[in-house]
Design a binder for this molecule. Sequence first.
Ligand code: ASP
Length: 336
Amino acid sequence: MKKKILIVYTGGTIGMTRSENGYVPQLDSFIEQLHTIHELKDEKMPKWDFYAMDPLLDSSNISVDEWNKIGEIVAKHYANYDGFVILHGTDTMAYTASALSFMLENLNKPVVFTGSQIPLCEIRNDARDNLITALMIASNSHLHEVCLYFGGKLLRGNRSIKFSANDLIAFMSPNYPTLADVGIDINYHTAAFMQPSKEPFTFQRLKRIPIGVLKIFPGIQFDLFKSLLSQPLKGIVIETFGAGNIPQDGKELLPMIQRAFEQGTIVTVTSQCVHGTVSLGTYEASSGLKQAGAVSGYDITTEACVAKLYYLFSKGYDSNKIKELMETDLRGECTL
Ligand code: ASP
């Protein structure tokens, strides 16, 4: 039986056309362009339906409300399709894919994000190939997770980062193997796939939780960031050096973190290095963070860490539970 896939178009370069102010999403012309791709009607391709979100957005405008809308569409049509392809702008695709990986609980079907660096309307483009391959991947019934296909690589969604603003291979998954490499064939690495869940699929909406990200840099004057840490932020991601280190004269930061923690704020430590993991306590420069109550994000990306904080707070857990779950691998987003 032919597989049935729902394509959800959210906006992004893939379907954009030129305007006086640069590229903008344009539904009619994108649909027209899609009809010119005869391969999409090939008998080897799955059947597909197309759903366009309204309004179509440049992904720099996509946030919690749109994550909820995308999740709702998948949840509403979950039983009627074998897989989903989400067409999304590249700029925040890794954030949305991460968020959906948490929101779609006990997912047992493939949800494949893709987009392009060059719109389908241009003669030279990566849109056509990314779309065709994503549709084929979304027909693979062994995939039970949110993934991201781009430029020949199938990545776990919550492990992906956009690392190039220009290259057609724009995404990477620095701390987890690719789920598939696409050349002449689609070579799946099934050992890296998520296991199917035995529980029924459910969907968790997210709330607009106040979250902050603080990047440490040499010479950072922590007292200037006092207000950030004392405001009613519920989750703070601290992007530290290397394995979780902060400057020694950052001692002022520690009581701030402690106070934040006592007020129920979850401070999670990630690394500015794209590859490797946080290991609190390996150096003196990081042990204070642990003592002050910060949790380790291990090798999680900042994108997935932000999404995970939104998710756990939206679940309504208390701060002790959130602290525990931030240090737990929920969807293959971190290596403990
Ligand atoms: N600004 C665009 C977006 O993220 C970039 C892209 O899609 O490649 O929507």
